[in-house]
Write a protein that binds this ligand. Structure first.
Ligand code: SAH
Ligand code: TMP
Ligand code: ZN
Length: 404
């Protein structure tokens, strides 16, 4: 199969073998229905887009039982409130806008627009999460955003001034259909603004656990500029963000309708220096990732052999890759605490580690805790301050295994 964006040649650089669907937490009483697929990534030698070599059908990942809830993190709630307020102060300020959000989840961003009386529509196929957004008063269409649903929205609601998306565009293998949909729905002078985990940060910090089924693409300024060009848009802005271990916020507009910010050229130059478009850089990243995996398993085995108690913190989608690739199961980590109610009392996909409510963490504290939600390090370490105060040690593995 060639590049999903331009048809170019894909060069494989990492292969995790058989992996479960990362958010398919399972009932321990019935482990029979688990779905596995091959997780490997390559880079296009033409447009440099980093992408998976196999596609998991979208409705296998995103459905009424999809357990991820954006609002679990206070810092993420604050981030999206700030984002919405910035839009209202900036580009939306002078009009009565219509805003569409692709992948609104539990309404974490729409909430602020709704409170300000902005006409909006969230689109999200995960009915359970969408229902939470609706209960909070946001308008949501339970659907996959693509060319067909975008045409229906345009027909029913008219053109959108802003199409926003966070941590979702990279999940959509059918990029062509999505950008055709944006073209249909966006007003002539409207913009598509989206943020996603950044390839540059992933490579720099060896955050290889950011590779899992949902992250079909790992985006960069260079690959996004090529994609925008190909589908009749222009990349007019790219801004780095600290969220989720390093993200980038891209703005796409119709060519010539907006000034191209200097940040685009600056980022392209940074990426050139980092060698992000070079397959050798990604192959080095894959080698380092393998070492990190071995270090982590080695440490956990040594601690267990010493009779130490260990727990996990944050039953993240990211953890699926590291748990399954490294062969870490309940023998090394007997349970993982997570605040998401719908994950509690299930077991992690493939590795079958029980997920427990956060109250279990202190009852009694383990001696060591592996922080799988390392992108929420500050928030979780502050919340669980007592763990460290009474002698508990955090184990992190990005960028490399270390104990805090
Ligand atoms: N924007 C939120 C949620 C990200 S999780 C945040 O940043 O925290 C990704 C979300 O995208 C999930 O809720 C999933 O159901 C949704 N999604 C997946 N495919 C989609 C599509 N084609 N259109 C709209 N949403 C989609
Ligand atoms: P994410 O890395 O995809 O955002 O997932 C973070 C996971 O960590 C999610 O399942 C919720 C969980 N979590 C906690 O258990 N406690 C917390 O304080 C935070 C911020 C997240
Ligand atoms: Zn390509």
């Amino acid at each position: 199969m060639g590049c999903r964006v331009c048809g170019g040649n894909l060069q494989k650089f990492i292969d995790f073998g058989r992996q479960p669907v990362s958010n398919a937490f399972v009932d321990p009483a019935d482990l029979t229905g688990e779905v596995f697929y091959d997780l490997a990534m390559g880079q296009c030698s033409t447009c440099t887009m980093v992408q998976q070599l196999n596609e998991v059908p979208r409705d296998v990942m995103f459905h009424s039982g999809y357990p991820y809830r954006s609002s679990e993190s206070r810092l993420i709630r604050e981030h999206f409130e700030r984002t919405a307020l910035e839009f209202l102060d900036g580009q939306l300020g002078s009009r009565t806008p219509f805003v569409v959000e692709i992948g609104c989840n539990d309404g974490v961003m729409l909430e602020t627009l709704r409170r300000q009386g902005v006409r909006h529509l969230g689109v999200d196929p995960s009915a359970g999460a969408a229902e939470v957004a609706r209960e909070r008063g946001s308008e949501v269409r339970v659907d996959f955003f693509d060319e067909a649903s975008a045409a229906a929205i345009r027909f029913e609601k008219g053109p959108a001034d802003l199409i926003f998306s966070a941590n979702t565009i990279s999940h959509l293998a059918y990029f062509d259909s999505v950008l055709k949909g944006v073209d249909v729905l966006l007003a002539p002078d409207g913009v598509l603004v989206f943020e996603d985990r950044y390839l540059g940060d992933i490579v720099e910090r060896t955050a290889f656990d950011q590779i899992y089924d949902e992250h079909y693409y790992l985006l960069s300024a260079r690959s996004m500029r090529a994609t925008a060009d190909r589908f009749g848009f222009e990349l007019v802005d790219a801004v780095r963000l600290p969220v989720h271990g390093g993200s980038l916020r891209y703005t796409l507009a119709r060519p010539g309708t907006r000034e191209v910010r200097a940040s685009v050229q600056e980022l392209l130059a940074d990426e050139e220096r980092q060698g992000l478009g070079d397959i050798a850089t990604l192959r080095r990243f894959a080698d380092t990732a393998e070492h990190v995996c071995q270090d982590l398993v080695g440490l956990l085995r040594d601690l267990r052999a010493d009779g130490r108690s260990i727990a996990g913190y944050g039953a993240t989608s990211k953890s699926a890759t590291i748990l399954n690739h490294c062969g870490i199961g309940p023998d090394l980590i007997p349970y993982i605490c997570d605040s998401t109610q719908v994950k509690q009392h299930l077991v992690t996909p493939g590795s079958h580690i029980p997920v427990r409510p956060p109250e279990v963490f202190a009852d009694p504290y383990p001696e060591y805790a592996v922080l799988f939600a390392w992108n929420h390090e500050k928030e979780i370490m502050a919340k669980e301050r007592q763990f460290a105060e009474q002698g508990g040690k955090w184990i992190l593995y990005v960028p490399g295994v270390h104990i805090v």
